[in-house]
Design a protein around this ligand. Structure first.
Ligand code: UDP
Length: 449
């Protein structure tokens, strides 16, 4: 039988690499596909990325292929935002895509799956007759927003953030201008133009994979399937195949230390505090956080990039410098709450493991995720900053931590999120909705040879 070979192309950054790498593993292990995982490389150090991609335990059939190195020394962040920089790097790297695809050891792939900021691939694959699918890493709700952005761009004059009312978008609850994704808050800068460029090309995909599942965001899914977002181009079929979260993590000696500490704590008793791969807090906010955690008298495990503030809290807490094996921690039976920046991967880590959240959004589309998790799905609570305050105060932190960890309201939230966690596991099992959704596309790929 002829081998089915699929190439996968993530954008740079762990929030993109992690879910697409999980997709690669699932295709290989559950569906007998061979995968070439194409990695955009720069001359910057990437320890966590290397740990992920160079693991000795990758399944046979999954090959990591490095695209030629992009020299980023000339692309500084002084005159360009993070996302615009990422898009410039991807564009530069994808100049080699045609020759890389033709030269793959397993031959030209039967399909290419691309991430959000790699849409230059559509043209290349069109020329090579390779069907191209998108993998949308944020929420389904955010996909509805993204599909509607070109319409907003046409119809709204001035800045979206100056609109007096929440913005009505098919498939989303009305979006408060204050919750808008960072990249659309100033329409004059490059970041917005890049965002609009890539998002408006979503309909060019043969299908859109979603890192979500049927039960988590049913209203947005239904709307996307039924609403005509574009006049002439139909929205491609959408395939919820998640939650794809990190499964196996390689543990260092320091990982084993905090996990041993977690092993000794009672079930659901520890609050995990982490802000994603790029989030930081001001020193004033860090001080309030340390005080708030101390006042709450709850156990906690805190991933922090500047751990010098922490003498105060050592009695019931544990501090991990810079990076923890988050999926392993959130999955641990002692973890009972997650104070998170609400990146979509972190939100999935939490919900699929039945862990209620404290929503602490920082950047990108995290404010929209926080509203979705608190107001619609009902598995998170959001602390309030208070009028005129620069930071969230210790008393408020104390309040939300206790609410999640020990109140009756917290118990209701915990019950709800545990049910969603079970539904996530069912979706991924053989015969579950996400499993079948992926199997349906795999069947097309296998039939197309
Ligand atoms: N992550 C981790 N350890 C950390 C911080 C993050 O393993 O200390 C992982 C986390 O499990 C998730 C990803 O990094 O898969 C972060 O993605 P997310 O979308 O939550 O946020 P981003 O970092 O992209 O803002």
């Amino acid at each position: 039988m002829q081998l089915t070979h699929v190439a996968i192309l993530p954008s740079p950054g762990l929030g993109h690499l992690i879910p697409l790498f999980e997709l690669a593993k699932r295709l290989v292990v559950h569906h007998g596909i061979h995968v070439s995982f194409l990695v955009i490389n720069t001359n910057e150090a990437t320890t966590a990325q290397d740990q992920l991609l160079r693991s000795p335990t990758l399944p046979p059939g999954l090959e990591v292929v490095d695209l030629p190195l992009v020299d980023v020394s000339a692309i500084t962040t002084d005159d360009i935002t993070m996302l615009a920089r990422l898009c410039v790097i991807a564009e530069e790297s994808l100049k080699s895509l045609r020759s890389v695809l033709i030269g793959l050891a397993l031959g030209k792939p039967n399909a290419l799956v691309i991430d959000l900021f790699c849409t230059q691939a559509f043209q290349v694959c069109n020329d090579l007759s390779i069907p191209t699918y998108s993998f949308f890493t944020p929420s389904v709700t955010f996909l509805a927003f993204s599909l509607y952005l070109p319409t907003l761009d046409r119809e709204v004059e001035g800045e979206f953030i100056d609109l007096p009312e929440p913005i009505a978008i098919p498939g989303c609850s009305p979006v408060r201008p204050g919750d808008l994704v960072d990249q659309v808050r100033n329409r004059k800068i490059d970041e917005y133009k890049w965002c609009l460029f890539h998002l408006s090309r979503l309909p060019l995909a043969a299908g859109i994979f979603l890192n979500s599942w049927e039960d988590l965001e049913p209203v947005s899914l239904k709307t996307i399937r039924e609403h005509p977002f574009y006049l002439q181009i139909p929205t491609p079929p959408v395939y919820p195949i998640g939650p794809l979260i990190k499964q196996d993590e390689e543990l260092t000696i320091s990982d084993k230390e905090y996990l041993a500490w977690l092993d000794k704590q009672p079930p659901d008793s520890v609050l995990f505090v982490a802000h994603g791969s790029g989030g930081t807090l001001s020193s004033e906010q860090l001080t309030e956080m340390a005080w708030g955690l101390e006042l709450s008298k709850q156990r906690f495990l805190w991933v922090i990039r500047t751990p010098r503030f922490l003498e105060k809290t050592q009695g019931v807490g544990m501090v991990v410098p810079s990076w923890a094996q988050q999926a392993t921690v959130v999955r641990h039976p002692s973890t009972g709450g997650f104070l998170s920046h609400c990146g979509w991967n972190s939100s999935l880590d939490s919900v699929s493991n039945g862990v209620p959240m404290i929503a602490w959004p920082l950047y990108a589309e995290q404010k929209m995720n926080a509203s979705l998790l608190t107001e619609e799905i009902g598995v998170a609570v959001k602390p309030v900053k208070g009028p005129g305050k620069k930071v969230i105060g210790r008393e408020e932190i104390n309040r939300v931590v206790r609410l999640v960890m020990e109140s009756e309201e917290g118990k209701v939230m915990r019950h709800k999120v545990k049910q969603l966690g079970h539904s996530a596991s069912r979706a991924l099992e053989t015969g579950g909705s996400s499993f079948d959704s992926l199997a349906c596309v795999v069947k097309k790929w296998k039939g197309n040879q």
